[in-house]
Design a binder for this molecule. Structure first.
Ligand SMILES: Nc1ncnc2c1ncn2[C@@H]1O[C@H](COP(=O)(O)OP(=O)(O)OP(=O)(O)O)[C@@H](O)[C@H]1O
Ligand SMILES: [Mg+2]
Length: 244
């Protein structure tokens, strides 16, 4: 299945094949994310969701296929170059710096060329307004935060880079329901700020609520693509590919 690139596409992935050594994992994955759009990527364990995000991010290189950001090819670029072009990434394991304070974690995203002191302060003020708990804990080590707070910190740190899109890999995994709804609100905040999101999840109801469009993956291919409003838990297609 190929998804034609439209002029409004921010990211357009077309026919990517990704391998780990000899293991052929992605078999021609195509998807698009529009400017400011929230797009869900659903699928069972091991179907290649994280590999899709890693390939977009340049952490693994596709052997075939193209990845465009704002009409420019980015496949083949190193991950830090992809980040500089405006793609933020929050991996599955969150990877906050456990020994650095919350503030120091955030600063790692701010110390880059062209960001004035005033802009740095604005960005910090914004995340502390959105995530008051991070403000309260600004001098606490990242490793002492709860799982949900670390997830918030990882997302907040990605926001410091002012990305056009954030790739979020299972942000609600292992979180309590109250934290899940906070992560859900953060997705809405980002959406209202015009930041696009490619949301990998196993939480089907949350993804259908938060996204405008959804792709469903199975064994390294996209099997289904629909407006989120056209799908609900219990539908045949959801049962078939996701088992809920
Ligand atoms: N570094 C690696 N080396 C070899 N095989 C890998 C590597 N990372 C992932 N795989 C394999 O690639 C396949 C896809 O993995 P991937 O992590 O992309 O799946 P996923 O859809 O994100 O799964 P999950 O829901 O469990 O996070 C799996 O079979 C996995 O075992
Ligand atoms: Mg994964």
């Amino acid at each position: 299945m190929t998804t034609p690139d439209t002029p409004s596409s921010l990211v357009a992935v077309d026919g990517i094949h990704t391998y780990y050594g000899k293991s052929h994992i992605l078999h021609g994955v195509s998807l698009t994310v529009g400017r400011g759009e929230v797009v869900g990527l659903l699928g069972r364990n091991g179907v290649g969701k994280s590999t899709t995000l890693k390939t977009i991010m340049g952490l693994v290189q596709p052997r075939q296929g193209t990845i465009m950001l704002e009409g420019q090819a980015i496949a083949g670029l190193a991950a830090h170059k992809v980040a500089q072009r405006g793609i933020g990434y929050v991996p599955e394991d969150r990877r906050v710096f456990r020994l650095l304070t919350v503030m120091e974690n955030l600063r790692t995203g701010l110390d880059r060329p062209g960001v004035t002191e005033q802009r740095k302060q604005e960005l910090l003020d914004k995340v502390f307004a959105y995530f008051p708990v991070l403000g309260e804990r600004r001098n606490q080590a990242g490793g002492t935060l709860s799982g949900g707070e670390q997830q918030m910190l990882a997302i907040a740190r990605a926001m410091m880079l002012e990305p056009k899109i954030i790739l979020l890999d299972e942000p609600t995994e292992g979180l309590m329901p109250r934290m899940v709804s906070q992560i859900r609100q953060i997705i809405d905040v980002l959406h209202n700020e015009g930041v696009a999101i490619l949301l990998v999840e196993q939480n089907v109801p949350m993804t259908l609520e938060a996204s405008q469009r959804v792709y469903i993956m199975e064994k390294g291919v996209i099997r289904h693509h629909a407006a989120a409003s056209e799908l609900k838990v219990g539908d045949e297609v959801i049962r078939q590919y996701l088992g809920v």
